[in-house]
Design a protein around this ligand. Sequence first.
Ligand code: CA
Length: 78
Amino acid sequence: MTPNPPSPTPEPDCVLPGDVDDSSKSDIVDALLVAQYYVNIQPEIFIKACANLNQDGKIDIVDAFLIARCYLGLPCFY
Ligand SMILES: [Ca+2]
């Protein structure tokens, strides 16, 4: 029997896709935070589970772009 590896702090589940700062809304701040994350600036609050809008397995500038599009009322992925 293999011992369980030490469990890291669990990532919080996503309540609202695009709401990476857990403010209960997805807005331009979330787009900025995703863009910061993409360039390795780790925001204080960042719910990764809410960040991958296009479900391609990575959090990148495309996701920031999609959050910004949704915020502006343009077609987006969620
Ligand atoms: Ca938010």
